[in-house]
Design a protein around this ligand. Structure first.
Ligand code: PLP
Length: 375
């Protein structure tokens, strides 16, 4: 067994949710010590994490990019990126929305008083890059564009390359919420022209919750001094401190979570990097959907838009009780995720974390043999 295959035998159940997710025993064990923050060793660890994040996000000219870690859940980092990238005056953010996390970016901009142009798409479809480009072209006051890569609401994987082309043609700054895809879906920020990419410790890198991170072009973040509308969520200030003081955080850092994340990054490398992880997630997703379809459930999305991250299923009929289904499966050792769609009842099953095709086979077998109890 390699490290990443270590069974999480201490868990009461397998988390089939998109974060927090099932982590390896070795990732959890990295938290069994109280680490100090004030010495060289800790700073070196943080510096190395920042460097490795850039390496995962950019293939060439990595020296043009930098990573900033930020305390809090993923949303804190999205808010820090938006609130720091947009200038206090004269900016306008265009947001393509096809789910709850896109709506959250709209909400963040509104709270921060940032003017927005919102382009909404049906939650059951991907963002249409041509429609988004039209909106960008229509309003020359737009300075920044934001999209969610994998919309976790449904599991849609938005066509990032085509959206990036459209954004680049308009020459605006590009912010991507890659929260639930980074580490599990290969991408190259440089090739795509992404200026800010946001993710967090408890998604596809398979760490535990506690901080988020923003990978950005050095030139972009360096121009953002004084933009932030918040003290603690000032991404520029956090970056500046990390750059000038050997990767020191402003304010208390989540030391245990950082150690666990370092171990999680090691295990991502051991597994064979993002491509290998993407393959495993895709296998999980395939075994899951084939089995679920065989058990009479239908997948919400057409295959072309389906990400390997999380899958939404329709309720099989009007009598189906998600509460019964959830409770039964939890007892059998699997925790699922309720739906988040407004238009029709769905539930979701994640394929990320320390989860393997054999786990999906077990899940499907349990569902098939318990079907009568879901009513
Ligand atoms: C998980 C997630 C977030 C962040 O959610 P938090 O609860 O703040 O960690 C943001 N965007 C997407 C697409 C996500 O999947």
């Amino acid at each position: 067994m390699t490290a990443y295959e270590t069974a999480s035998t201490s868990n009461p159940y397998l988390l089939l949710t998109p974060g927090p997710l099932t982590t390896t025993r070795t990732v959890k064990e990295a938290m069994l010590k109280d680490w100090c923050t004030w010495d060289e060793e800790y700073n070196r660890l943080v510096a190395s994490i920042r460097e490795r994040l850039v390496q995962l996000a950019v293939k060439t000219e990595t020296e043009l990019y930098t990573a900033v870690l930020m305390q809090g859940s993923g949303t804190f980092s999205v808010e820090a990126a938006i609130g720091t990238a947009l200038p206090r005056e004269g900016g306008r953010l265009a947001i393509a929305v096809n789910g709850a996390y896109g709506e959250r970016i709209v909400q963040i901009a509104e709270v921060l008083g940032i003017p927005t142009t919102v382009v909404r798409f049906d939650e059951r479809s991907a963002i249409d890059p041509a429609v988004f480009e039209q909106a960008l072209r229509h309003d020359p006051s737009i300075t920044h564009a934001a999209v969610v890569h994998c919309e976790t609401t449904t599991g849609v994987l938005n066509p990032l390359a085509e959206i990036a082309e459209a954004v680049k043609r308009r020459g605006v700054t590009f912010i991507v919420d890659a929260m639930s895809s980074f580490g599990g879906v290969a991408l190259d920020m440089k090739e795509l022209g992404i200026d800010y990419l946001v993710s967090s410790s408890n998604k596809c890198v398979q760490g535990v919750p506690g901080f988020g991170f923003v990978i950005t072009r050095r030139e972009a973040i360096a121009a953002c001094k004084g933009h932030a509308r918040s003290l603690s969520l000032d991404l520029y200030d956090q970056w500046d401190m990390m750059e000038r003081s050997n990767s020191k955080w402003r304010y208390t850092s989540p030391t245990h979570v950082v150690r666990a994340f370092d171990q999680a990054l090691r295990e991502l490398e051991l597994e064979g990097g993002i491509a290998a992880r993407q393959n495993r997630y895709s296998s999980n997703q395939r075994v899951l959907t084939e089995g679920m379809e065989d058990a009479g459930f239908s997948v919400l999305l057409p295959r072309e838009w389906q990400s390997p991250i999380i899958t939404a299923f329709r309720y099989p009929d009007a009598e189906f009780s998600f509460e019964q289904f959830y409770a039964r499966l939890k007892k059998e050792g699997f925790v699922l995720y309720p739906g988040k769609l407004t238009s029709e009842p769905t539930f979701r099953i994640g394929s990320i974390g320390d989860v393997h095709p054999s786990d999906m086979e077990r899940l499907v077998a349990v569902i098939k043999s318990n079907q009568l109890t879901f009513y």
